[in-house]
Structure formats: C-alpha cells, structure tokens
Design a binder for this molecule. Structure first.
Ligand SMILES: [Zn+2]
Ligand SMILES: [Zn+2]
Length: 300
C-alpha cells in the first residue's frame, strides 16, 4: 500500500508535495481547481515543473486529483438558474461539467497524475438510466478531447438523495456507458461504503464486499482507496468523514480492511478531519500504517 492524503495546494500546486512529505505521504491527492468556483486556476509552467520535480525527488506516487464538487455529469443538458439567491445566473451544468473535466485531465497530464477521482453525479429529475447514459457520454467526450494516460476514477457515493454510484451495478453501468476501459477505473471510499450499507467493518465483511465488487466491476479496475472512518451510522447514506479509528468503522474495522490482500497494491488516500480539524495529519497517517501492519499480521 502507498499511504497518502488529500493535501492543500494553496499558494501554488507544488506546495502540495511539501505538505504531503511533512505528514509522511507516499501517495497524494490534490485539488487542481478552486473548490468554490467553476473558473479554472491558471497553474504557471514554473509551478507545474516544480510539482513534477519535487514529486520525483520525493518518490511521491501514485498521485491523483479530486474532481471539482460542482461538476455533475448526471445533470440535464439544459440551462438552469444557478448560484445563491440574488446572484442567480443561467448555466448548463452538464456542459460546464464536461468542460471542467477536460481541464482536470489536461492539468492532470501536465502534473503527471494517474487519475482524476470523480463523483459520478446525480440525476436531478432525470431517470437513472438517462443520467447514466449522459454521464458515460460526457466522460467519453472529455477523454477523447484529452489524449494521454491520466484516467478517471469513478468514486462510489455515500448514497444521499439522487446520487448515482451507490451500488456496484451503477458504477459498472457508468463505466460501460463511458467505454475507454483503459482510462476508466474506480475509487472506493470506506466511509461511503459503510454509509451506503456495505458491511466493510464486520468480520469477513470487506472480503464479501470486495468479492461482489470483483464479480460486478472487476478488482483489476480498482485504482484508488479512500480511507476514512465514519461519523455517521451504518447505512445512514450520509457523507461524514471521521479520523481513522475514531468513528464507527473503528480500529477493528480498519484492521480487517487494510489486511485484505486485494488492496495491497493501491494508493490509500486519507480525507479525514485531522486531530486539529485542519485535515489529514501525521497522527492519522501513523495510525493507518499501524492498523495496516496489524491487519496483515491478523491474516497471517
Ligand atoms: Zn470524493
Ligand atoms: Zn466522502
């Protein structure tokens, strides 16, 4: 396993590598966009070169970005009012999402990232089948527009509202609709699995869950693991991350998860609040590594 974390890229994307090293990251996740706006960041060629140099010097990898939360490829292909009351503007969320995904792939290629982790989307009044077809077409359009090796990692959702990608069948259907098999992989988030009713914390639970994933999607397509404990109950469908071992998955749950043989080659990215509430920290990274070692020992 390559333990890493989501780290801030404020002040220049290359700072993310320094921040990752400070907390002991071997792999990394960053935002390449400002989370609050559709407007892309103009990463300078100096920052891009510095990111690549520092990553190479630190042996950092695999590295991924997390897609802008504003993106929704499941949204209808139509202009809708958007923005806060009083500042409403019309926007075609679908077209903006396809364009933004292309930007993510382009900067991902420039930075040498292996993938862009993407929330599949939500149907916003369409049927699930209509949304899945549109999401697949949008992903294919973005991949066609940006040739290269930077892939898209479809992430399972906690299952709130009309979000798509809660079941493995839905994730598979989106991937099938997108095609491009070599550049469409998957990211599983332990908190989202737990919240959407997959018993990853129980004795034998992760084994059953991954066996089902293998049968429906294929373990060879799993590229990233998001390692987060859960603040909210099993099956709650709520996306609330907790520090490793301090939530309802707990230390026993993480020993079971981290000891699973099929997960050993993966980048493991923490997206936890941190002990000081400032994001993933050394304490959580060390705890994850300890639970990994203990989990491997338990399986013999
Ligand atoms: Zn995510
Ligand atoms: Zn989450």
């Amino acid at each position: 396993m390559r333990f890493g974390a989501h780290v801030s890229s404020s002040g220049g994307i290359s700072n993310a590598i320094d921040r990752g090293q400070t907390i002991g990251c071997e792999s990394l996740q960053v935002f390449t966009h400002n989370p609050r706006t559709w407007r892309p960041i103009n990463h300078t060629s100096e920052q891009i070169a510095a990111f690549r140099e520092k990553a190479a010097a630190a042996g950092m990898g695999p590295m991924v970005s997390h897609g802008l939360y504003l993106m929704n490829l499941g949204a209808p292909d139509a202009e809708v009012p958007t923005g806060p009351p009083g500042k409403r503007t019309m926007r075609n969320i679908y077209r903006s999402s396809v364009e933004t995904l292309q930007q993510h792939l382009r900067i991902g290629e420039a930075l040498g990232l292996t993938g862009v982790v993407l929330h599949v989307g939500s149907s916003k009044g369409s049927t699930t089948d209509e949304s899945i077809a549109r999401i697949g077409a949008g992903i294919a359009e973005a991949l066609d527009a940006v040739p290269g090796t930077c892939a898209i990692h479809l992430e399972n959702t906690a299952g709130a509202g009309d979000t798509i990608g809660r079941s493995f069948e839905e994730l598979r259907a989106v991937a099938d609709a997108a095609g491009h098999e070599e550049r469409v992989g998957f990211c599983l988030d332990t908190q989202h699995l737990f919240a959407s009713g997959f018993p990853v914390h129980e004795e034998g639970g992760i084994d059953r869950v991954l066996a089902a994933f293998d049968q429906i999607v294929g373990l060879h397509r799993l590229r990233t693991l998001h390692l987060n404990d859960s603040m909210t109950e099993f099956g709650s469908n709520r996306d609330r991350h907790e520090n490793i071992g301090e939530g309802l998955i707990g230390e026993d749950g993480f020993r079971r998860i981290l000891g699973h043989p099929a997960l050993q080659g993966l980048p493991v990215i923490l997206e936890v609040p941190g002990e000081a509430g400032e994001g993933p920290d050394l304490i959580n990274m060390e705890r994850a590594r300890r639970l990994h070692a203990e989990g491997l020992a338990l399986r013999g």
